[in-house]
Write a protein that binds this ligand. Sequence first.
Ligand code: HEC
Ligand code: HEC
Length: 355
Amino acid sequence: MMIEGSPMTVARLSMLVCCAAGALRSEPVSFNRDIRPVMSDTCFRCHGPDKSSRMANMRLDLRDEAIKPLRNGKIPIVPGNPDQSEIIARIFSNDGRKMPPDFSHKTLTEKQKQTVRRWVAEGAKYEGHWAYQPVRRPEPPAAGNPVDAFINARLAREGLKMSAEADRRTLLRRASFDLTGLPPTPEDAAAFQNDQSPDAWSKVVDRLMASPHYAEKQAMHWLDAIRYADSAGFHGDNLWPAWPYRDYVLRALRDNKPFDEFTREQIAGDLIPNATLDQKIASAYNRMNRYSAEGGLQPKEYLAKYGADRVRTLSATWLGSTMGCAECHDHKFDPFTSKDFYSMKAFFADIKETA
Ligand code: HEC
Ligand code: HEC
């Protein structure tokens, strides 16, 4: 028996089968984790959100559509009944009816087929895009640090264990780089080595999070996400100093400004009644896209580019969605249309700018 080129002993194989089956039994299939990525890769191109590339007049990305009878009387998905579901017949078929079809150059593994079957058997529950699910606080599976508890529960399911705790010097280096972007000083390292109190680690983390470098590190990620630069980006990349906005972000993160305020001030700070100077500066977020000052450009083309950039950045940063694909066609894998794209762009149409 060869699996991925290496000979497997019967004992090891039966262990794998036993544990895979155990993992399968213990937890229901999750649409967002187990099904959407598979269908998005192998079905949605032809049975998904984009009506111009849809085939067989059938879409599988929406439950209401997928459970209703087709014109030929067949039903793509009968929740709870895989044997009556046409998608199951098709994905297990070995003849010309096989889905995905050969001309798509996509295939499903045996495991993926079984997972889809089990999902249908369990009621074919769909879930919305993860970014739009209400935040829930799941019960940690055990006492202690909840992050460890979740990780340990999953590791146990996979038959794995945590690595041993790293030595103090390594732990401090990791925490320092992670929270401040900087290495610890020799004094910090010695202090942590010598601190025998039971909350030595919490003290380190609190100290790092109180450091101004913590806000700088967080700001770095935020400024990347909203495509901050002190230059125009196109052509000669002329200077475009924007540091007052950068300093606003630094102050906001240092002072732990609530995220709703942080959002409102950046997206529309200048429209807040009696906006403060700080709120107006925050709205410079809207001017962080690339700008051109080239003499020969077509103004309308560049205004369109700026608007599209704003939609892409806003959706990726705040909505956790790459809407950028819908600039040119309905999204092939997620329910965003080009109309959605340009409707969102319209919110920014009153920005007074010339190309
Ligand atoms: C590259 C395009 C393409 C992909 C990808 C694709 N299909 Fe299809 N599908 C078709 C076409 C074309 C038909 C109509 C011809 C036929 O019935 O075989 C069809 C028909 C079907 C039907 C029968 C509909 C009816 O009217 O009876 C089902 C069910 C189906 N597909 C399921 C799937 C599933 C599930 C996937 C993903 C695992 C998938 N398809 C991937 C092109 C595709
Ligand atoms: C700048 C315009 C533009 C952007 C942005 C864009 N596309 Fe496209 N896309 C096109 C064009 C043009 C075609 C070809 C359309 C055709 O020939 O039917 C195409 C075709 C496709 C196809 C093949 C469609 C089919 O039915 O065979 C897929 C899949 C696709 N795009 C996915 C995406 C994804 C995913 C994104 C975002 C990551 C994206 N596109 C962003 C312009 C764009």
